[in-house]
Design a protein around this ligand. Structure first.
Ligand SMILES: Nc1ncnc2c1ncn2[C@@H]1O[C@H](COP(=O)(O)OP(=O)(O)O)[C@@H](O)[C@H]1O
Ligand SMILES: [Mg+2]
Length: 276
């Protein structure tokens, strides 16, 4: 079989589930992860909206705050898991679970989905096409959902439909799961589609921040880091755009349960700096 150095063996594709297999995740997380680890999933059934990019940069943010984090990669493409493997400095801070693979022979699915005991933040990176029961499973096992949307009419329409599915099929409101939309890949001349903005406003779903279309994300991904780990002089403008998202996430986590010292630290550091 022909293989490319540094890329997974084609034969290994047999181990990957063809559809997102979210079964057991809801049981596995409370059983194996730090019981009060806070959980967020990055979701949109549309591909290429920035789910993996946001998942990786969130994990990097928590690593930069010394908060042990596990990324569950449910996408057979395994971009987020590969990014974690690239990281060297903080192997103990960011772990990856390659959740799209079938468990090895003799391993149960719940065992495969375990996270290190010290995990405090769990980030689910999900594949395109997420819907139906898989979507319901995800909604039921997280505290918050981030929905990235790219600034094209096609993406906006697909995202409106997906948000509808989150509410109707995923029953996000019944499960008291918070939802925020992140407008991703914005250039100076692009804006959030007005129809999508009105739709979200009517549903009380915030567009919590607007992230730029920036090479910084590509450079960071290549190096196995996130924006919060690149030199501040290069990233400070874009990092300001991350603060509302981090604040929204951490404030929700704190409200949902009795916060521990690490949670309070995360919330404090996600607040705007005085000089901003
Ligand atoms: N804010 C951004 N600026 C520049 N490129 C981005 C940004 N967000 C995502 N990308 C790029 O867009 C492509 C799709 O992003 P990705 O995170 O893989 O989307 P998804 O996981 O939703 O399929 C990738 O090449 C990624 O590097
Ligand atoms: Mg992805």
């Amino acid at each position: 079989m022909h293989t490319l150095p540094g890329f997974p063996d084609i034969e290994h594709q047999d181990e990957l589930e063809s559809a997102a297999d979210m079964s057991m995740i809801r049981m596995a997380l409370p059983a194996h992860a730090g019981r009060d680890a806070k959980r967020v999933a990055v979701v949109n059934s549309k591909g290429g909206t920035g789910k993996s990019t946001i998942a990786m940069n969130l994990a990097a943010y928590y690593a930069s705050r010394n908060v042990p984090t596990t990324v569950y990669d449910f996408d057979p493409q395994e971009s987020a898991a590969a990014w974690v493997t690239e990281r060297s400095a903080d192997a103990t801070l960011v772990s990856a679970v390659t959740a799209a693979r079938k468990p090895d022979a003799g391993t149960t699915r719940t065992w495969q989905l375990r996270a290190p005991e010290n995990t405090r933040r769990i980030i689910l990176d999900t594949p395109a096409g997420l819907g139906g029961n898989s979507l319901l499973e995800v909604v039921r096992c997280v505290d918050s959902l981030i929905v990235p949307v790219a600034p094209s009419p096609i993406d906006s329409r697909a995202t409106a439909r997906f948000v509808q599915e989150l509410l109707l099929v995923g029953k996000a409101r019944e499960h008291r799961v918070r939802i925020a939309v992140v407008a991703n890949r914005h250039r100076r001349d692009s804006s959030v589609c007005p129809a999508l903005a009105r739709f979200l406003l009517a549903l009380h779903i915030p567009i919590v921040t607007v992230l730029s279309d920036s090479n910084l994300y590509l450079q960071a991904a290549e190096r196995g880091v996130g924006l919060h780990e690149l030199p501040f002089a290069d990233t400070q403008v874009e990092l300001r755009r991350w603060r509302p998202l981090l604040r929204w996430l951490e404030a929700g986590f704190v409200r949902k349960s009795v916060p521990c010292a690490a949670d309070r630290e995360c919330l404090a550091t996600a607040r705007p700096a005085r000089h901003a």
